[in-house]
Design a protein around this ligand. Structure first.
Ligand code: SF4
Ligand code: SF4
Length: 103
């Protein structure tokens, strides 16, 4: 069984391997919105950092209230990604992880 990676072609006929976004590190994201603006698809959404933390320990953390109100980027629909990597090129914090996929 072959594990060929999905390969496309440029207009000029050269091989081009899409690298799809698989994760976004909310811990390093500063919510600048650059990846959202540059993405040609409907992959990202801005969310409240507090919403991402809902699944974690809910101790009384008044010291972090300001951080909780901060917005950060999240992946809304990874299945809409075309693997162009524009998001990573503009991100100042190297938040995105990409993977090519098997054809
Ligand atoms: S790789 Fe391209 S299509 Fe996919 S999330 Fe990043 S900018 Fe959007
Ligand atoms: S470009 Fe990077 S830092 Fe800015 S919102 Fe996107 S993931 Fe966050």
């Amino acid at each position: 069984m072959t594990e060929d990676v999905m390969i496309g072609k440029t207009r000029g006929g050269s091989d081009w391997t899409p690298e799809f976004v698989t994760a976004l590190n909310a811990a390093t994201c500063i919510g600048c919105g650059r990846c959202y603006k540059v993405c040609p698809r409907d992959v990202f959404e801005l969310v409240e950092r507090a919403d991402l933390l809902d699944n974690f320990d809910d101790d009384d953390d008044d010291d972090y209230d300001d951080d909780d109100e901060m917005k950060v980027m999240a992946i809304k629909d990874a299945m809409d990604c075309i693997g162009c990597k524009s998001c990573s090129r503009v991100c100042p914090k190297n938040c995105h992880t990409h993977e090519s996929i098997a054809a």
